[in-house]
Design a protein around this ligand. Structure first.
Ligand SMILES: Cc1cc2nc3c(=O)[nH]c(=O)nc-3n(C[C@H](O)[C@H](O)[C@H](O)COP(=O)(O)OP(=O)(O)OC[C@H]3O[C@@H](n4cnc5c(N)ncnc54)[C@H](O)[C@@H]3O)c2cc1C
Ligand SMILES: NC(=O)c1ccc[n+]([C@@H]2O[C@H](COP(=O)([O-])OP(=O)(O)OC[C@H]3O[C@@H](n4cnc5c(N)ncnc54)[C@H](O)[C@@H]3O)[C@@H](O)[C@H]2O)c1
Length: 444
């Protein structure tokens, strides 16, 4: 039986970064990845980078087929570079096989050539997440139902697309397909989109999606999926009424769950939470001392930068000062890449109002920002919540062009307890979206 100092299961963001660090510290590592098309993980192959590349090309007016080719070229290059960055290290072995625990100390790896048992001093689980497919009549047997991964690989543009779910995946695909010129319907079962922002801003985004031509149907419950000769018929209920929408395809974007499928956790004593996530302590160690869980699989926020921060926590425990934990994770923002993008961090105005703090809510229309006019899209709204006693920023939502960049400056100010008055008085390059902070914070 082969033995390694370290085994990493899954070539995701946390896993690949940790593999590099372990090797740098003179330790041997086996990285096991079950899918050779996934070297480098979900983000670079089938999620963040390919979706944003397709979204940008759709916005630039590049047609679907050309955008698909550009995307495939990009992911192929990234996958190759990611593979070699790790596999070429002297102390690292990359194995293309599926790993499954047979007890707390041993895994079995399976590939076309057979099965092999492997033991290790330490195991790091980085197996990501997988789409949740709701139990809806006909959804499993339909030939026209897709997940985001399959949709991103579709050879031809779906002309009439219905999307189930109005979270980030659903809305980003809706915006992308609408810009490619498809007819897009979104069925969402809640009464509003984007629960992590204030209702007034969510409703502005809804209005903009609708005015772009997206048919946004909220409070809609999909009851049945029926294949037709050339597509799919979707029977749903809205306001107590039974309705039908026809489409060429249905994209299911109703959330993701920790991916522990086939991992053999039932053969171990590793504890699992109520949503199937691997439970860990504040330093991402499971209840089995020599096994850690990093990234989406541990049930934390499902973002690439959080997987990277999970790596930082484990790395700091292994080789650093041991003071980095989930409890002292820096504040972080989230962006949904719509047109314009919407980014948010910290408290919403309604959360701040309930916090008992002495707050001020500052707002600015994106139409007042010269750079928005230069870009040619001045839709949107900026809102910041500031603590009146300290002038510190408690939260912000930026619905405007380039918000995915400007929000990072707010994050830095929040993390370093920099008062908003500094952002108000800063001299910014012109014309930039960031200079809007001169005006947003002017009333302090
Ligand atoms: C469509 C989409 C768009 C997204 N956009 C963004 C975005 O813009 N920004 C952002 O920050 N986040 C985004 N995310 C979320 C982000 O992609 C994930 O949070 C992140 O990729 C998770 O990384 P990870 O390190 O947990 O593991 P992953 O990168 O998911 O890696 C897990 C790997 O483990 C492998 N594996 C699984 N089981 C086994 C096994 N038993 N044996 C061997 N290998 C195994 C898998 O094949 C996979 O390669 C998006 C997600 C999706 C689906
Ligand atoms: N830009 C980004 O950073 C980005 C982009 C895409 C995905 N992601 C990550 O991937 C995760 C998964 O994304 P997601 O959009 O699939 O999940 P999500 O959980 O964020 O949203 C799913 C949406 O589907 C709705 N829903 C659930 N069941 C439904 C049903 N039966 N019918 C209709 N609607 C239903 C939910 O109410 C929710 O609004 C995100 O939470 C995020 O962490 C990030």
């Amino acid at each position: 039986m082969k033995h390694f100092e370290n085994v990493i299961i899954g070539f995701g963001k946390a896993g690949k970064t940790l593999a590099g660090s372990l090797a740098k510290h003179g330790q041997e590592v086996l990285v096991i990845e079950k899918d050779a098309q996934m070297y480098g993980g979900t983000c670079i192959n089938v999620a963040c980078l390919p979706t944003k590349n397709m979204i940008i090309n759709a916005q630039r007016g590049v047609d679907y087929e050309k955008s698909l080719a550009i995307k495939n070229q990009l992911t192929s290059k990234l996958r190759n570079a990611n593979y070699h960055k790790i596999a070429d290290l002297d102390l690292v072995t990359v194995l293309n096989a599926t790993a499954s625990f047979i007890d707390n100390q041993t895994i079995e790896v399976t590939d076309e050539s057979g099965r092999e048992k492997i033991t290790a001093d330490k195991f790091f689980i980085n197996t990501g997440s997988t789409p949740i497919i709701p139990a809806i009549d006909g959804i499993d047997s339909s030939r026209h139902v897709y997940t985001s991964r399959e949709m991103l690989d579709a050879d031809h543009q779906t002309q009439k697309l219905t999307i189930l779910g109005s979270g980030p995946i659903g809305l980003e695909f809706a915006s992308m397909y609408q810009q490619f010129g498809s007819a897009v319907t979104v069925l969402g079962h809640s009464d509003r989109i984007l629960k992590n922002i204030d209702e007034n801003i969510a409703s502005m985004v809804e209005q903009d999606l609708i005015s772009d031509g997206i048919d946004l149907k909220l409070k809609a419950d999909l009851m049945q999926v029926k294949d037709t000769n050339d597509g799919v018929q979707l029977i749903y209920q809205q306001n107590g009424e039974k309705k039908i929408v026809d489409a060429d395809a249905l994209l299911v974007a109703t959330g993701r769950r920790s991916n522990t499928d086939g991992l053999g956790l039932e053969n171990t004593t590793i504890k699992i939470g109520s949503h199937g996530e691997i439970l860990t302590n504040d330093t991402l160690q499971t209840n089995v001392d020599h096994i850690w869980a990093l990234g989406d699989v541990n049930g934390g926020p499902k973002f690439t930068y959080i997987s990277l921060d999970d790596y930082r926590i484990v790395n700091n425990q292994l080789f650093g000062s041991k003071n980095k934990t989930l409890a002292n994770r820096p504040v972080y923002s989230t962006t949904t890449f719509l047109n314009p993008s919407i980014s948010t961090i910290g408290m919403t105005a309604s959360q701040a109002a309930l916090s008992g703090k002495n707050i001020k809510v500052l707002t600015l229309s994106a139409g007042a920002i010269p750079k928005a006019k230069v870009i040619g899209d001045d839709r949107g709204y900026l809102q910041a919540i500031v603590d009146n006693d300290s002038d510190e920023i408690l939260g912000a939502t930026i619905y405007a062009e380039e918000s995915y960049e400007t929000i990072n400056l707010i994050a830095l100010a929040m993390q370093t307890h920099t008062p908003a008055t500094i952002l108000r008085d800063q001299i910014y390059a012109h014309p930039t979206m960031t200079e809007s902070f001169n005006d947003l914070f002017a009333d302090l």
